[in-house]
Design a protein around this ligand. Structure first.
Ligand SMILES: *Cc1c(COP(=O)(O)O)cnc(C)c1O
Length: 415
């Protein structure tokens, strides 16, 4: 519920339990929620009662996560079949249900603040929509989001309140931070954050690494202790951190490939040993345009600052817009597989890692439809806008527009 620790640091589990070996012997017979339930109960112990935890996990994973072989030995884990068409649905839906589990009428509503520059707003709003005892405020910068990204949280209504800020994303993020530090707000109501620094959004992302392994064994007929290489398209490194935690729980991963676009602070760190964050630049894989990834400190801590140990598990590569576009073109026209820029970056990372012969799993984090314009331009096809509403079917926009100041935000939250 706290989001950030009181000293400004990020939370991590106190201990990371190892999964019994027998689990992996049976993993290929298990469904995604079955696997997720076992992993979560090991992590959370008795914190949440078994029946409640089971319901939270099963509700979270109520959509498909297929593993598709796009070239011999090269698998795409499609994490984008959730309601907002990006992998962030997994973390956001779990977080929403856990917060709802701990909220009671006596404590009053839990007020969730989230600043978004794109995909997080939709995933969080959708995850919390209709969840009793919660109210969600989505702060987004005026005129920066794509129409589809915006529709995902402005058309819901009920307990979801979009707030357009007359400023940029940094203003939104600053206002959220200021709100947490404001004594009057804290005394009067329960406030929490739903961004990726919240550990509760990160832990459930471990689920699909285990599930991917289960599907991988099924597809390849390999034995349960054979390792696999997994390529992760990285921005704030939340997804990668979850994978590393899964490996700590004994998931047999030989290597994680860190696939960056030109915002490659972490890939450069892996080759030089020096971490030099820089200002982010705009690329076609825009959800990974992060100059100073927030989960870097978590990864250092997990490896106790041991660079050699970290290098044994991780290998980094970065790719330009041109390279990403060429991969998308090739994947469609040679392999018949449609991707978007983030998945294509992960694919390139996997192919660049020669030690595994370019084989393994890459994570497809968003649906191609979420980036229709870019995909159509690069691949040269017309896509159907599946899943969008017909004209006349749109719901009313619930929206307020405010100045980029804490006092403006407070007026809204408190009334
Ligand atoms: C957020 C996002 C990423 C980056 O994930 P991190 O956990 O921030 O590293 C990659 N791809 C897509 C589509 C995203 O929305």
């Amino acid at each position: 519920m706290t989001g950030l620790a009181p000293d400004g640091g990020l939370y991590l589990p106190e201990r990371i339990p190892a999964i019994p070996r027998a689990f992996f012997q049976n993993i290929r017979q298990m469904s995604a929620p079955e696997i997720a339930y076992i992993v979560t109960s090991l992590l959370l112990g008795d914190d949440i009662e078994a029946a409640d935890l089971k319901k939270i996990v099963y509700d979270t994973l109520s959509f498909d996560i297929p593993l598709k072989e796009v070239e011999p030995g090269v698998f795409s884990l499609e994490l984008y079949h959730g309601p907002t068409l990006a992998f962030k649905d997994v973390g956001a839906r779990f977080l929403a249900r856990v917060i709802s589990h701990y909220s009671t009428p006596e404590k009053g509503d839990v007020n969730v603040l989230v600043a978004t520059s794109g995909d997080s707003g939709g995933a969080v709003a959708n995850g919390f929509h209709g969840v009793e005892g919660t109210r969600v405020f989505v702060l987004h910068p005026k005129d920066r989001l794509s129409p589809m990204q915006k529709r995902q949280f402005t058309e819901l209504g009920d307990n979801i309140m979009p707030i357009e800020v007359n400023g940029n994303f940094d203003d939104c993020q600053r206002m959220v931070k200021e709100a947490f530090l404001d004594k009057e707000l804290r005394d009067r109501m329960c406030l929490t954050s739903a961004n990726s620094i919240n550990i509760c959004r990160l832990l459930p992302q471990m689920f699909y690494y285990f599930y991917a392994y289960s599907l991988y064994l099924r597809s390849t007929g390999k034995k349960a202790d054979e390792g696999v290489t997994i390529s992760v398209p990285c921005g704030n490194l939340g997804n990668l951190t979850a994978g590393i935690l899964a490996k700590r729980m004994r998931l047999p991963v030989n290597k994680f490939i860190v696939a960056n676009n030109l915002n490659d602070s972490f890939a450069r760190y892996l080759s030089s040993g020096h971490f030099m964050p820089k200002k982010s630049m705009k690329t076609i894989a825009c959800a990974m345009d992060v100059g100073n990834p927030s989960n870097f400190e978590r990864i250092l801590d997990i490896y106790s600052n041991d660079f050699d140990a970290l290098k044994r598990d991780l290998e980094g590569f970065s790719f330009s817009d041109n390279e990403i576009a060429e991969a998308m073109y090739k994947l469609y026209h040679t392999d018949g597989y449609l991707t978007e820029p983030h998945a294509a970056t992960a694919y390139l990372g996997l192919k660049a890692y020669k030690a595994s012969g370019g084989k393994g799993i890459f994570l497809s984090t968003a649906h191609p439809l979420k980036f229709t314009e870019t995909v159509e331009k690069i691949v040269g096809i017309k896509m159907k806008e599946a899943g969008t509403k017909k004209a006349g079917e749109t719901l009313p926009h619930h929206e307020v527009s405010i100045a980029p100041s804490l006092s403006a935000l407070k007026r809204i939250i408190m009334t």
